[in-house]
Design a protein around this ligand. Structure first.
Ligand code: SAM
Length: 482
């Protein structure tokens, strides 16, 4: 396939639209299952659910998955060495005709785009239709952060996002992705749905439950999903999804918006759960606008993405409005704890690193300064007494020696004032060495702290101490395998 250089710009794309060539990768044996094969019980259950159309779905599951990315507003122009096409339901979404080695692209590490499955970007349509960006949103099952970064972008500087992950090992990648996205409007937490339901009553305007599911929609991407699937797993997933919804339900305001999604096809985990929820917990299903050519299929409630009809993996989304009931929100008591600045002289220095310093509240604790949206200062400070917060807004400064140094998270922030630091532009090879936390040997770097950039995008900080350049990229984020 001919390679071409593609220029992306915000809101439009200078590229040729070309069909993606799909290669068959799966073959069923006589028993319908072998190695990475599609489970025969799944094929049968889809036949029961969809009739003859199931054959088209199964055939599509034998083709290669589609690669897609969503651009960050951090960047206006992006180049890929392959053909591209627009994802029709998200203005920043693009299909790539080939899967590049994203690890080798410094802009990927700088959060300039997120590699996100195209179908799931459809939540943008529901947000646009039903949610004012000045809202408080909880993304309950958020790791690794595809939908959280999408919601964070939708809310911008108007809203607040709580991005939660209950599985400990997954919460750090979530925090990393949220920080790299760079809006500073997100608090990452590690709590159970029940803790949210009990401690944050009627707090949220919108709740996204992107539920853990049997993963049928990921069959062509993920061998583990095929191997772990069984009818019993579907039943267990459906029960767990109902428990999650029940536990978190109180956290949603009366009249609030619930977005329920899965990446599976079966009705047990989708329509039946939504119908149960609407009846038992009290909510009305809402229609979501879409264009017929997108290939979306309406279920009895909610919307399905089937890979034989829509260009993407399997996905299901339903929007619901919680019934009105007397508002009885949790009382937010702002903690009395003094926000002491041990070194008040650091404050103007840190503020000088930001384009809009007045938009951020700054809290100092144990040598570290954290910043979060001033607009939600009280609520965030109260939330930090109720929940296990992994990251709050962004890390701004850190006391080092007899001074204050910026934290890495600041370099990812869109509100960073880049001119506050000497900028040093890196080549691709130098950028990759930096991201591997290797020692750097760069000529003509000013003494002291510098901001390293690649294609004008901030990658992080380094410090020239005279005889060497200290690499300050976070060790836990470094590229490990190249
Ligand atoms: N929303 C994510 C995204 O767009 O990147 C994907 C979320 S994935 C479909 C479901 C998430 O639910 C996983 O991160 C999983 O760890 C989490 N999870 C598993 N069991 C859970 C439970 N009992 N309650 C809440 N979340 C759970």
């Amino acid at each position: 396939m001919a390679q071409e250089n593609v220029l992306f710009r915000k809101n439009y794309c200078v590229c040729q639209k070309k069909a993606v060539l799909l290669q068959p990768i799966l073959k069923l044996d006589a028993n319908g299952k072998a190695g990475n094969m599609i489970p025969v019980d799944f094929i049968e259950s889809m036949h029961q659910q969809m009739g003859n159309e199931a054959a088209l779905l199964i055939k599509a599951l034998e083709t290669a998955p589609v690669t897609s990315i969503r651009l960050n507003s951090k960047l206006d122009v992006l180049t890929f060495d392959c053909d591209t096409d627009e994802v029709p339901w998200h203005i920043d979404g693009y299909y790539l005709s080939e899967r590049p080695q994203f690890t080798l692209d410094p802009l990927f590490h700088a959060g300039c785009y997120y590699v996100q499955e195209a179908s799931s970007m459809f939540i943008q349509q529901a947000l646009k239709q039903y949610l004012d960006p000045s809202s408080i949103v909880l993304d309950l099952c958020a790791a690794p952060g595809g939908k959280s970064t999408l919601i964070s972008e939708y809310l911008g500087s108007n809203g607040l996002l709580l991005s939660n992950e209950v599985v400990r090992q997954r919460v750090f990648i979530l925090s990393e992705n949220v920080q790299k996205w760079g809006n500073g409007n997100t608090v990452v937490t590690h709590n159970t749905p029940a803790e949210y339901g009990e401690r944050c009553k009627h707090l949220f305007d919108c709740l996204l439950v992107d539920a853990p599911c049997s993963g049928e929609g990921m069959f062509r991407k993920d061998e583990q999903a095929r191997n772990e699937w069984s009818l019993k797993a579907v039943k267990l997933c459906a029960e767990r999804q109902r428990a999650i919804l029940m536990d978190v339900w109180d956290a949603l305001k009366p009249g609030g918006l619930l977005l329920y999604s899965t990446c599976t096809f079966n009705e047990e985990e989708n329509e039946k759960n939504v119908e149960w929820l609407a009846e038992t917990l009290g909510a009305d299903v809402l229609p979501i606008d879409y264009e017929p050519e997108w290939g979306i299929v309406e279920g009895s409630v909610g919307y399905h993405f089937y890979p034989h009809k829509a260009k993407g993996e399997g996905f299901y989304l339903c929007a619901l409005r919680k019934h009105d009931e007397p508002l009885d929100p949790v009382k937010i008591k702002v903690p009395k704890k003094e926000n002491t600045m041990p070194h008040p002289e650091y404050l103007p220095v840190m503020r000088s690193w930001l384009q809009h310093p007045d938009d951020w509240a700054i809290r100092y604790s144990d040598r570290f300064a954290t910043a979060y949206p001033m607009k939600y200062k009280e609520i965030i400070e109260w939330l930090s007494t109720q929940l296990t917060c992994i990251s709050t807004g962004f890390g701004l400064g850190e006391e080092r020696g007899r001074g204050i140094a910026p934290q890495h998270s600041l370099s990812m922030l869109k509100d960073l004032r880049k001119e506050a630091f000497p900028n040093v532009a890196l080549t691709r090879e130098q950028a990759l060495a930096y991201l591997r936390t290797e020692a750097l040997n760069l000529p003509d770097v000013p003494i002291g702290l510098v901001l390293l950039t690649y294609e004008s995008v901030a990658l992080g900080f380094a410090k020239n101490v005279g005889n060497r350049l200290n690499n300050l990229y976070p060790n836990e984020w470094r590229i490990r395998h190249l």
